[in-house]
Design a protein around this ligand. Structure first.
Ligand SMILES: Cc1ncc(C[n+]2csc(CCOP(=O)(O)OP(=O)(O)O)c2C)c(N)n1
Ligand code: SF4
Ligand SMILES: [Mg+2]
Length: 246
C-alpha cells in the first residue's frame, strides 16, 4: 500500500506558485529533509529574489531574504556567526548563476559550510522569462525571441560541474523533477547535502532541473517531457562529489 507522507509542519500555508511549477516540490523536499534530520527551529532558509521570494507566508521558519544574487555572501556571515544553525540558500538560476555568480563561486571557493539548492528552470522566471546562462541553445525567451544563439552568448553554464571540480567542496549533485522516482532521488541528494553541512564537512550544493510551464508556454506535462528530452542530455543527473561518503 502506498504511504502518503504528511506535509512537514513547517509548511504552514499553501505555496504560491503557478500550476506545474517545480518550486513548490523542491521546497517541500527540503522541509521534509529538515524534519527528518531532526532540525526544528535551528534553521535559516535563505530566500532569493525571484519567484521563490513569494514564499514568505508559507513557511514557519526563520527566513532571510538577500538582495538579488547575494545570498552567497549574506549567508556566509550568518553561518559563521551561527555555526550550529542549518543554513539553506534556496536560489533561482538567474539569482545564483547570473547575477550572483561571484557570490556563489566565492562561497564555494571558500568552502563555506552551508547548503545551496538552485532551481534551474532555464530562465529568469519571475520577471517574465528572460534568457539566463542556463537557457538552452535555440530556446526562445523574451530576450532571445529567435532562440538562444550560442555564437553570441556562449553555451549554457554547468555550475555544479565547476563547483565540484574547482573547489574543495563537500557535496555536489544535480537532480530533476519528472517521475516520482527522480523526485525521490532529488530528495536523497538534498538530504545528503544537508547532512554534509550538519556533519561540518563543508560546502554543499544541489541543482534541480525544474519546470516553468508559464514561461515555457507549455502544459505541466509538456514541461516535464521537455526536462527529460532536452535538459537531462545536456545537464547530466547524479552525484558529482561526495566527500563524506554517506
Ligand atoms: C538588483 C536587481 N536586479 C534585477 C531585479 C529584477 N528581478 C527580480 S526576479 C528576477 C529574476 C529571477 O530569476 P531566477 O533567479 O532564475 O528565479 P526564478 O524566478 O526563475 O525562480 C529579476 C531579474 C531585482 N529584483 N534586483
Ligand atoms: S513563472 Fe515559472 S518559476 Fe515562476 S512560479 Fe510560475 S512556473 Fe514557477
Ligand atoms: Mg530561473
Amino acid at each position: 500500500m502506498a504511504v502518503v507522507k504528511k506535509v512537514p509542519e513547517k509548511i504552514a500555508r499553501q505555496v504560491p506558485f503557478c500550476p506545474g511549477c517545480g518550486h513548490g516540490i523542491v521546497v517541500r523536499l527540503i522541509m521534509e529533509c529538515v524534519e527528518e534530520l531532526g532540525y526544528n527551529d535551528n534553521v535559516i532558509f535563505g530566500k532569493p529574489v525571484g519567484c521563490a521570494s513569494l514564499l514568505d507566508n508559507s513557511l514557519d521558519i526563520d527566513i532571510f531574504t538577500g538582495a538579488h544574487g547575494r545570498n552567497g555572501a549574506s549567508l556566509t556571515a550568518i553561518k559563521r556567526l551561527k555555526p550550529d544553525t542549518l543554513v539553506i540558500s534556496y536560489q533561482g538560476d538567474g539569482d545564483a548563476y547570473n547575477i550572483g555568480f561571484a557570490e556563489t563561486m566565492n562561497a564555494a571557493y571558500r568552502n563555506e559550510k552551508f547548503t545551496v539548492v538552485t532551481i534551474n528552470n532555464t530562465n529568469f522566471g519571475m520577471t517574465g522569462g528572460q534568457m539566463a546562462w542556463t537557457t538552452m541553445p535555440g530556446q526562445k525567451t523574451t530576450t532571445s525571441v529567435n532562440g538562444r544563439d550560442v555564437e553570441l552568448s556562449g553555451l549554457p553554464i554547468k555550475m555544479p560541474e565547476m563547483i565540484a571540480t574547482s573547489f574543495d567542496t563537500a557535496y555536489v549533485a544535480r537532480g530533476a523533477l519528472f517521475t516520482p522516482a527522480e523526485i525521490n532521488k532529488t530528495k536523497g541528494y538534498i538530504k545528503k547535502a544537508l547532512q554534509a553541512q550538519s556533519d561540518g564537512i563543508g560546502h554543499s550544493m544541489v541543482e534541480v532541473l525544474s519546470p516553468c510551464p508559464t514561461n515555457w508556454h507549455m502544459s505541466p506535462l509538456e514541461a516535464q517531457e521537455r526536462i527529460i528530452k532536452e535538459l537531462v542530455p545536456y545537464y547530466p543527473l547524479g552525484e558529482l562529489k561526495n566527500k563524506g561518503g554517506k
